[in-house]
Design a protein around this ligand. Structure first.
Ligand code: PLP
Length: 437
């Protein structure tokens, strides 16, 4: 395949456009564990696309479902109308979510799922006559997409600072990343549950009666795989319960098997009031997201006079193609028992990742489920440069990895074999040796 002859018009997201266009990296095909590049090379997919192709690429069952749906019902308006697969997918999602997380509001992305969840939280309190609860609490190093709600509760400075005023009533918990105590931890660190106590401080500062919700990623992905310390999420849950604050888990990355269970909530045994999902919901074959709420929240909206209960929704909420892809993806996850597979591979995965310990510039390896973060020491005066070089070198050498700053984040499709794990980790090891400067 040849390159398009002009790369100019496409403004690429979260990309160094000029750097990229000077030396492009185009993906032209994908199947199973591999991408094909424009120059005909195969790359092993070390990050499931972007944490999303959990069942591997071009699954025939999902492809067939999308094709069939496009010919049968291409689109149905979601306002005051419905189509069967939207209801079916909502039921299927409710079935695999813990406890009474059993009502599903569909969106088209993780960012929309987050903004939907925040709006539901605020509207829920207002519906209950507790409308003073307007404050939203996020966390440092949190990533919740790019809507104004998501960047307001998010904790990544460059994602915020060019854009002026955020949502007004927002505060942040500290993140839990601490290499001095927890470097080179397999699974959840034993130290750090006390970081959740900062929520007590925010309650003391602002008053519980002003706080609507706390939103966290149960395992922060985009800022470099920050695994929650043991007991941390339980503590957050307990403090939220004590003060009537809703707890939102942003499971856009952790949903659908990444941690060896349908959700991180299940893996860690902590049930949030609202969960956001996207990415793996359709195996990324069609864009889709959702905010999933516990029964009492939904029931609260179903009180009072009949009429539209929530003035919110998208033209493409529960798009038929996305629903078809979602149902097929859930079938694949179930038929191939991929969540259990991820859990069964976890020990091998962690030990493999830890083979990178001791290589040049590696200051931490952390891993859980089928995720790993490899943190490199930044080059003096050039944060992110070493990470970027590693990304490019991996690409040249045959592996697609995700890099955030100087952290390599690995999250392969859950179909990865032990041999492919060896190959992926071996490629990264070679690259780290070569780019030791
Ligand atoms: N929330 C989390 C935890 C994410 O990791 C992401 C994307 O990586 C998002 C939200 C945003 O999702 P999207 O890019 O689909 O808007």
């Amino acid at each position: 395949m040849s390159l398009p002859n002009d790369l100019a018009a496409y403004w690429m997201p979260f990309t160094a456009n000029r750097q990229f266009k000077a030396k492009p990296r185009l993906l032209v095909a994908a199947e199973g564990m591999h991408y094909t590049t424009h120059d005909g090379r195969r790359l092993i997919d070390g990050c499931a696309g972007l944490w999303c192709v959990n069942a591997g690429h071009a699954r025939p069952e999902i492809v067939a479902a999308i094709r069939a749906q496009a010919g049968e019902l291409d689109y149905a308006p979601p306002f005051q109308m419905g189509h069967p697969k939207a209801f079916e997918l909502a039921s299927r999602l409710a079935e695999i979510m813990p406890a009474d997380l059993d009502h599903v509001f569909f969106t088209n992305s993780g960012s929309e799922a987050v903004d939907t969840a925040l709006k539901i939280a605020l509207a829920y309190h207002a519906r209950r006559g507790d409308g003073g609860r307007r404050r939203l609490i996020g966390r440092a190093r949190g990533y919740h997409g790019v809507g104004f709600g998501g960047i307001s509760v998010g904790g990544i400075s460059p994602n915020r600072k060019a854009f002026g005023g955020m949502l007004g009533e927002v505060d942040h918990l500290p993140h839990t990343h601490d290499l001095a105590h927890n470097a080179f931890t397999r699974g959840q660190p034993a130290w750090g549950a006390h970081f959740a106590d900062a929520l007590e401080d925010l309650v003391a500062l602002h008053g519980a009666e002003t706080i609507a919700a706390v939103i966290v990623e149960p395992m922060a992905g985009s800022t470099g795989v920050l695994v929650p310390p043991q007991g941390y999420l339980q503590k957050l849950r307990a403090i939220c319960d004590k003060y009537g604050i809703l707890l939102i888990f942003d499971e856009v990355i952790t949903g659908f098997g990444r941690l060896g269970a349908a959700s991180a909530a299940e893996r860690f045994g902590v049930v949030p009031d609202i969960m956001t999902v996207a990415k793996g919901i359709t195996n990324a074959a069609v864009p889709m997201g959702a905010a999933i709420v516990r029964k009492p929240i939904f029931e609260t909206f179903m009180q009072g006079p009949d009429g539209i209960e929530l003035f919110h929704g998208y033209t493409y909420s529960a798009h038929p193609l996305a629903c078809a892809a979602g149902l097929a993806a859930l079938d694949v996850y179930r038929t191939d028992a991929l969540f259990a597979r991820a859990r069964a591979l976890e020990d091998y995965w962690i030990e493999s990742a830890f083979r990178l310990k001791g290589l040049p510039n590696v200051i931490d390896v952390r891993a859980i489920g089928l995720v790993a973060g490899i943190e490199l020491s930044p080059r003096p005066g050039a944060p992110g440069a070493r990470g970027y070089d590693a990304l490019v070198q991996c690409y040249e050498t045959g592996a697609l990895v995700r890099v955030t700053g100087d952290i390599i984040a690995l999250s392969p499709p859950l179909i990865i074999s032990k041999q492919q794990i060896d190959q992926l980790v071996g490629t990264i090891a070679d690259v780290l040796r070569q780019t030791s400067a």
